[in-house]
Design a protein around this ligand. Structure first.
Ligand code: HEM
Length: 142
């Protein structure tokens, strides 16, 4: 077998194996505790925001029931759950708030605290944070 054929076989096997392990391992949605887990994370985060003097002012005029519903829906959708996010784009929703990096970090700090409290595995926490990180550019300084 030539070197390139061997390499192709190895790469294809790796692809197949990773595909198999993905089907057998729980989705991020499941690792977050499904619908109930995500609802608990959302409520926990709302509680953190409410008590965080660094960022709570941004939410002074927010319809909290709507924010709660859409945040839970977005986390469900992002993590591979059976939901389709129906809210505004991140850019639309955060325009006019001039959200800083410090504000973003404060919110993420609250999210991590809540996930810790709910015994979400570090791996699942990191997977969710990695999905949220690219949104920073749409959320901040708008
Ligand atoms: C990972 C980061 C974030 C995600 C995933 C996220 C997600 C969302 C979602 C889903 C909504 C509802 C959209 C809609 O109403 O259609 C929303 C609204 C909002 N977000 Fe964020 N957000 C993030 C970061 C932040 C940060 C850091 C702040 C400020 C500290 C913030 C402040 C707000 C405010 C004030 C609203 C309500 C806007 C309004 O009242 O119309 N968000 N966000």
């Amino acid at each position: 077998m030539s070197f390139s054929t061997k390499l192709t076989v190895i790469l294809l096997s790796a692809l197949l194996l990773s595909g198999c392990s993905q089907t057998n391992s729980p989705s991020l949605y499941q690792q977050l505790g499904g619908a109930a887990g995500i609802e608990a994370i959302t409520d926990g985060l709302l509680h953190e925001i409410e008590h965080d003097h660094r960022i709570v002012h941004h939410f002074a005029d927010t319809d909290i029931a709507r924010f709660r519903r859409l945040l839970a829906e977005q986390l469900c959708d992002l993590s591979g759950g059976p939901c389709v996010y129906s809210g505004g784009t991140m850019q639309q929703s955060h325009t006019g708030f001039n959200i800083s990096l410090a504000d973003y970090d404060a919110l993420v700090e609250g999210l991590i605290k809540v996930m810790q409290q709910q015994n979400i595995s570090i791996s699942a926490q990191n997977q969710l944070l990695a999905l949220l990180a690219p949104m920073y550019k749409d959320i901040s300084y708008r």
